[in-house]
Design a binder for this molecule. Structure first.
Ligand SMILES: [Mg+2]
Length: 344
């Protein structure tokens, strides 16, 4: 018998994908991007994506309020819809919960789901509720729509394209480290009240991420369409590998172009982790990474909402970073792996 940890998450997805062939030739894109793409006529397509959050693996209710959790479960799915350059319109929500959850607790969870629906203008279309032997599991499926020619895949990056990332990097992971530290000191000394005021930004980034529908909008207003796009759920390094492998290109990024918030830098220093490592491998930021043809530079250079961190190069085997020291290193694809419970 083979432990699943020998495959890792991406290996397991690949193994499942290889067992299934798409039999309906109207399916434009099946497994292998941020969302599946199916035409609905008149040049329009719908996109579908699903994500599951399990207690003890993806969240810890000792510091994640149920309302935030409901919000986040929706947000992470909408992020995958935006990553296709599509606009979400609906979700289904399925939950399993043990008998330790009260009506009031489930109300709180759905209050957060409702907030996200209102904020991102999506409808709750259905779902399922059931009991579990232990803990809480939330599965959300999101539906979006776009014109077929608007859809952006991971596979369209070309040599010399600019590599852009919205927002700042590593903040959600910084928030997680702080929350775990405070939890441990509370377990050791329940008299201590955690003071998170110096970490409000990174903690919010961990507990209540905002998917970047505003970037999709901004790019449309600028009249540019990315050549490739992915959302940053597992860290810039991991997402860069996905884009490069699927586009059959390489990349060169610059450490000094990575955008880190002051609070993230502070946490990196406290935990003695290099800022670049933090930016490349910290997961759960739910920002967008996309590539743009060089000719669009003048149209996008004044945006303060995303940063150009490097360029696409021709050699598929070279995904590299120019470090602050002047040296060049390979970017290792160290996404967060829940099957191994570690980075790497
Ligand atoms: Mg994604």
């Amino acid at each position: 018998m083979t432990p699943i940890s020998t495959l890792g998450e991406f290996g397991l997805i690949e193994r499942i994908k290889n067992k299934f062939k798409t039999t309906h030739n109207q399916v434009i894109k099946g497994i292998g991007d941020d969302a599946a793409v199916v035409p609905i006529g008149n040049g329009l397509v719908q996109v579908y994506t699903t994500d599951l959050l399990a207690e003890g693996v993806h969240f810890d209710l000792s510091y994640a309020p149920l309302r935030h959790l409901g919000y986040k479960a929706v947000a992470v799915n909408l992020s995958d819809i935006f990553a296709m350059n599509a606009v979400p319109f609906g979700i289904t929500v399925s939950i399993a919960f043990s008998n330790r959850f009260t009506v009031e607790a489930i109300d709180e969870l759905y209050e957060g789901i409702k907030l996200a629906c209102e904020r991102y203008h999506v409808d709750l279309l259905g779902g399922d509720t059931t009991s579990s032997r232990q803990g809480l599991v939330i599965s959300v499926t999101a539906f979006g729509q776009a014109k077929e020619e608007e859809i952006v895949y991971r596979s369209g990056a070309q040599p010399n394209d600019l590599i852009c990332v919205s927002g700042d990097a590593g903040a959600a992971y910084a928030g997680l480290l702080v929350l775990e530290r405070e939890k441990n000191s509370f377990v050791n000394n329940p008299e201590l009240q955690p003071d998170l005021s110096d970490y409000d930004y990174v903690v919010a980034r961990q507990l209540k991420p905002e998917p970047r529908g505003d970037i999709i909008q901004e790019l449309r207003e600028m009249g540019v369409r990315p050549s490739a796009m992915i959302d940053v759920s597992d860290g810039i390094a991991s997402e860069l590998h996905h884009i490069c492998h699927q586009s059959k290109v390489g990349a060169l990024i610059y450490a000094n172009k990575l955008n880190l918030d002051y609070q993230t830098l502070k946490v990196a220093e406290e935990f003695q982790i290099g800022a670049t490592t933090f930016a490349l491998n910290g997961g759960e930021d739910y920002e967008l990474m996309f590539t743009l043809p060089l000719k669009d530079y003048d149209k996008v250079k004044s945006s303060g909402n995303f940063h150009i961190i490097g360029k696409i190069t021709p050699d598929e085997k070279q995904i590299q970073i120019l470090l602050d020291t002047g040296g060049i290193a390979d970017v290792e694809a160290q996404g967060w792996d829940h099957f191994r419970g570690e980075n790497g």
